[in-house]
Write a protein that binds this ligand. Structure first.
Ligand code: C2E
Ligand code: SIN
Ligand code: SIN
Ligand code: SIN
Ligand code: FE
Ligand code: FE
Length: 349
């Protein structure tokens, strides 16, 4: 977007008389690329096409569409709104100047045209415009960096918890993809689907508070150990905390509700049916499918067919049956993801 110094700026000159266009072009041609329009319609067409002009010199008094109207339309279109407009006018009344500036023009040049004034105003306004674009592109770049950093931190936090009971952290990668596949089938919105995809990796963050001797126990848990494990949803919700940011509030919701069950027999609150947030119901399926098909310290990996037998058997008791049906539809894509992000083989312990 920034204008390199070697690049010539493009100036659009709009005037209903060819004579005025010739005068202005004569002044500007040496330094700039000049385009011309004899009426407002043509001016708007040129302004809206690539490459977008870097400045518009706009006559006010024109038949059909006057300069004010052209300016209003330029400012109403996000593509053309940033282009600086300088009015060229024989009218010098203060009221007119005020009207033009209110419409978003950056300056005025009065007729009869004085070449040094035209050169100076154009050069000054182009420099300001260039500076503004440089700043805006910097802000955009910083915003992108912040967004990327935030996502990276979230991903790493999610993986940190996984490393405790699953050495590679690939579980959160796979399960967030499975969750996204289900969300895509629901077609709520791309934005919601992205939120879910980015929030899901934090579902087990509460396992940070569970002792390794429990998480890594090779056999089944006793009742006390089970009680401790079942604190991880609330612990996760507390670690994530209360936030305005949608991503973190969804992450908290998922952490808290991913072990609730459709029939009300889950934890921590024994919620049932659609009182369980949709995000939690989706992640429940994604999480269990991955826990089943992966090796854990306490279990071997099940085959996809065995895993689907369990999911289907628990459809309507553990899982939202509608969502299980959607997962069945995307199973081929889920298997692709599973194969792409497989845990490396590890010795049986
Ligand atoms: P996880 O390993 O991520 O498992 C998540 C969920 O997947 C489990 O939630 C359970 O609903 C399902 N799941 C995992 N493996 C199987 C399986 O072989 N059969 C069936 N039917 N479902 C399975 P759950 O039960 O609430 O467990 C939460 C977490 O507690 C587990 O997360 C794991 O970290 C731990 N855990 C559960 N059972 C055991 C166990 O027997 N031994 C040990 N060491 N940890 C366990
Ligand atoms: C939380 O919101 O921090 C978890 C408390 C709860 O809802 O049980
Ligand atoms: C569970 O996590 O639900 C129990 C693990 C198992 O079935 O071995
Ligand atoms: C919902 O928005 O709760 C309906 C989605 C579902 O339960 O499958
Ligand atoms: Fe969990
Ligand atoms: Fe999990």
């Amino acid at each position: 977007m920034m204008l390199g110094h070697a690049e010539r700026a493009t100036i659009l000159v709009v005037d209903d008389t060819t004579e005025n266009i010739d005068v202005l072009s004569g002044i500007l041609r040496a330094e700039y690329r000049v385009k011309a329009a004899l009426n407002g319609e043509k001016a708007l067409r040129i302004a809206r096409s690539e490459p977008r002009p870097d400045m518009i010199l706009l006559d006010i008094m024109m038949p059909e569409m006057d300069g004010y109207e052209v300016c209003r339309r330029l400012k109403a279109d996000p593509f053309t709104a940033p282009i600086p407009v300088i009015f060229i006018t024989a009218k010098i009344e203060v009221e007119d100047e005020k009207h033009g500036l209110e419409l978003g023009a950056v300056d005025y040049i009065t007729k009869p045209i004085s070449p040094p004034i035209v050169e100076l105003r154009v050069r000054t306004q182009l420099a300001l415009y260039d500076q503004r674009r440089t700043l805006e592109s910097l802000v955009r770049q910083r915003t992108q960096e912040l967004l990327a950093t935030r996502l990276e931190i979230i991903r790493r936090l999610g993986r940190a918890a996984e490393f405790k009971d699953n050495e590679t952290g690939l579980h959160v990668i796979r399960m967030s993809h499975y969750a996204r596949l289900i969300a895509e089938k629901l077609a709520i919105s791309e934005e919601w689907t992205d939120l879910l995809f980015n929030a899901a990796p934090m579902h087990d963050i509460g396992k940070i508070g569970v002792p390794d001797r429990i998480l890594r126990k090779p056999g089944p848990l006793d009742a006390d150990e089970r009680k401790i494990i079942e604190t991880h949803p609330k612990m996760g919700a507390e670690i994530i905390g209360d936030h305005q940011a949608e991503l973190l509030s969804m992450a908290k919701e998922i952490a808290l509700t991913h072990h609730e069950k459709w029939d009300g027999n889950g934890y921590p609150h024994g919620l049932s049916g659609e009182t369980i947030p949709l995000s939690g119901r989706i992640v429940a399926i994604a999480d269990v499918f991955d826990a089943l098909t992966a090796q854990r310290p306490y279990k071997k990996a099940w085959t996809v067919a065995q895993a689907m037998t369990i999911l289907e058997g628990d459809s309507g008791s553990h899982f939202d049956p509608h969502l299980v049906a959607l997962f069945q539809q995307v199973l081929p894509q889920a298997v692709e993801i599973m194969e792409k992000h497989r845990d490396p083989p590890r010795p049986e312990s």
